[in-house]
Write a protein that binds this ligand. Structure first.
Ligand code: GLC
Length: 673
């Protein structure tokens, strides 16, 4: 039986089951039975469906305190720019959920990183819609290959934690189509995610969980989403009525019936706020995914689960190693030579700090967590003396600083209180600069932060993010050159917070609490999020989107495009090729990026937009041809006046380089009418 036949089979069973359900039973099914599961309907053999946090590992709070693999966080995974690795991650995460006997993982989180201040930036991926889309698809496919449902969140525009439960995000249709939809659209259309989590906040006046336009019209009718939408936990506490949410297509209120309370639902059914067809449709979506995840199958026929395995820890370490970004390396201070160093100081508040407790629902309780200090000690294995204080005798001082998950920094429920690191973190840097002949900064954080007080005084800076339970080993591998760093920033690091597009005024961030309208935040920057803004306004970032150095160097040559001109039909594609050579002494991987510039356009467009990337691994001296496939769609912009995607014939430029600001090759393409 092929997939289509299987799914028709499932839909037949779903409809048969739907027929048998009473009204009461249908209403039972659409709200939580426990904090982490739906209600069973024993009469019909419907078991509870179990859901667990979170985006980078199973949470202890939602799994009965289970120890599970703590994978690198979203922004670290995104820094790998490696789609295959996202598949591996998804499979491993799905296997862990399968092993504990659950059915849905509440992740990945893919809200666009609009401001450096959002407390949950670490859980998300990027500021760029194309990268967001390319990485969420393999993650979802990996998870669901184990018949575990992904639950892509938080739909939509949950880009800050400040007032998250009720803030009204005022966003233009063009910004929704070009920036905020794409990740979710790809997760549905290409990833076939079986569930989506509705956000707490409002978008253009209505709560995400009651919004008929974004749920029914866009998600279901336009994109063809066939799974179920679950509310964020407690998100219905502020909506006006159950009927509006049922009509909009919200299948499940978690953790329990607040609005989806039986008598209230019945009253609104009787008064015509929604119809029995609306109710059947949301129940049908729930039942469909229950079949997908094997709720009605003999457990012995379902994919094997596994948890805390060496394999999963290796996946975590591989992601960490590829997600670490070498930001600066003046004088090639790095890599350090493990055979010549006699003494090394490893200091800083994050040197020996465990980060698994991820600041809220994304926390994980791993069987172990290797800190940077432990990773360095293990790698050196007695070959050098490792001290945990400043010592003028040390050949090098590693200062591990950044943020953590304490309140007011990288955590859920609130945004960062400051763009800077805490004082003791900066002090550790200044003390080291004072006392040591060679200083290397390692950042352990989950979002852009202020580096201007010290960046010009430090020759080497490594961005390690919250790199998971194996992060300390990966950091040591990069510092001592056992791994050649290949990570690339998925977000812009601004020099000053006010340079960031969201920080134009109080209305644009964190918003205004209007006494009539309630709190709102205006996305006045529109499509100019992240590097789009910095490029359009010619603002120099501290480190640009796509930036990441290597211990070797790469030469880009011989860009060519075929065809050089065409009047593209929808399914036609353009091929851009570039030859890349490793001209250094060390093997390494390079993420070549392709940005499109629309030279002649009647509307304002960003100077360049990411529309392709390829990660290529090269031995010293090795050359490879790298190919980008540009679809006709990639040239389009969303015309708000016509409410449709469109493109103007004329010249386009393809910029290929090592970051959004390190363009190595450019070529033109002419789109004919
Ligand atoms: C939280 C989070 C969401 C999480 C859910 C369950 O409030 O916003 O990401 O999955 O509730 O813990």
């Amino acid at each position: 039986m092929n997939v289509k036949q299987k799914e028709d089979e499932i839909d037949k069973k779903v409809n048969e089951l739907l027929e048998k359900l009473t009204l009461e039973e249908k209403i039972e099914l659409i709200s939580g039975g426990t904090q982490w599961s739906t209600k069973p309907i024993p009469r019909l053999g419907i078991k509870p469906m179990f859901m667990t946090d979170g985006p980078h590992g199973i949470g202890p709070h939602s799994s009965g305190e289970k120890e599970c693999t703590y994978f690198p966080v979203g922004i670290c995974r995104a820094s790998t720019w490696n789609e295959n690795l996202m598949t591996e991650f998804g499979i491993a995460l799905g296997e862990e959920v399968r092993e504990i006997g659950y059915h849905v993982i509440l992740g990945p989180g893919i809200n666009i990183i609009r401001t450096p201040m959002c407390g949950r930036n670490f859980e998300y991926q990027t500021e760029d819609p194309f990268l967001n889309s390319r990485l969420v698809v393999p993650t979802v496919q990996g998870i669901q290959s184990r018949r575990i449902s992904a639950c892509v969140k938080h739909y939509i525009c949950n880009n800050q934690e400040h007032w998250r439960l009720w803030v009204n995000a005022i966003v233009s249709d063009r910004a929704l189509h070009e920036i905020y939809y794409p990740g979710f659209k790809a997760a549905v259309e290409e990833g076939d995610t079986w569930s989506i989590m509705g956000c707490y906040n409002r978008i253009n006046g209505h709560f995400g969980c009651e919004h008929e336009k974004y749920l029914k019209e866009v998600l279901m009718n336009e994109w063809g989403f066939r799974g179920f939408v679950v509310s964020d936990w407690g998100a219905l506490n502020y909506v006006e009525s159950p009927g509006v949410c049922i009509r909009a297509g919200l299948s499940l209120e978690m953790p329990k019936a607040n609005r989806y309370e039986k008598s209230w639902v019945k009253r609104e059914l009787d008064s015509g706020v929604f119809t029995i067809n609306d109710l059947d449709e949301i129940v049908r979506r729930l039942l469909r995914v229950m079949f997908f995840v094997g709720l009605f199958d003999d457990p012995s026929t379902l994919p094997e689960g596994s948890r805390n395995t060496r394999e999963h820890q290796q996946v975590a370490r591989k992601i960490a190693a590829e997600g670490i970004v070498l930001l600066k390396n003046e004088g090639d201070i790095l890599p350090l030579d493990e055979n010549s160093i006699k003494k090394i100081s490893v200091i800083g508040p994050n040197a020996d700090k465990k980060m698994g407790n991820g600041g809220g629902s994304s926390n994980v309780k791993p069987p172990h967590e290797i800190t940077p200090l432990e990773g360095i000690k293990e790698l050196l294995d007695g070959k050098a003396t490792v001290v945990e204080e400043l010592d003028a005798e040390s050949d090098v001082t590693i200062v591990v600083v950044g943020l953590d998950h304490e309140s007011g920094t990288d955590g859920e429920g609130g945004d960062k209180k400051s763009f800077s690191m805490a004082e003791n973190h900066e002090k550790a840097i200044f003390d080291a600069l004072e006392a040591s002949k060679k200083v290397v900064i390692v950042l352990v954080n989950g979002s852009p932060l202020d580096m201007t007080p010290w960046i010009d005084k430090t020759p080497a800076v490594v961005e390690a993010w919250y790199a998971g339970m194996e992060g300390g080993r990966a950091i040591a591998d990069v510092l001592f050159g056992r791994v050649n760093p290949s990570g690339k920033l998925p977000v812009t690091f601004p020099k000053r917070l006010e340079d960031s597009p969201a920080h134009a005024s109080e209305e644009t961030y964190p918003g205004i609490d209007d006494e009539d309208e309630g709190p709102f935040v205006k996305y006045e920057e529109g499509i100019y999020v992240g590097y789009r803004h910095f490029d359009a306004k010619n603002i120099e970032p501290l480190f640009p989107f796509g930036h990441g150095l290597s211990y070797t160097s790469f030469l880009y040559e011989n860009i060519r495009v075929t065809p050089a001109k065409a009047s593209l039909k929808l399914d036609e594609e353009i091929e851009v090729k570039v030859d890349i050579t490793n001209v250094g002494q060390m093997a390494g991987a390079e993420v070549a990026q392709l940005y499109v510039e629309d030279v002649e356009c009647p509307v304002d467009r960003p100077p360049r937009e990411l529309k392709g990337f390829q990660k290529v691994f090269l031995q010293p001296g090795e050359k490879k041809e790298v190919k980008f496939t540009i679809k006709a769609d990639y040239l389009k912009y969303y015309d708000e006046s016509e409410s449709k995607w469109t493109v103007e014939p004329g010249e386009f430029k393809f910029h290929v380089g090592s970051s959004s600001r390190d363009i190595r090759q450019v070529t033109s393409f002419y789109l004919e009418p």
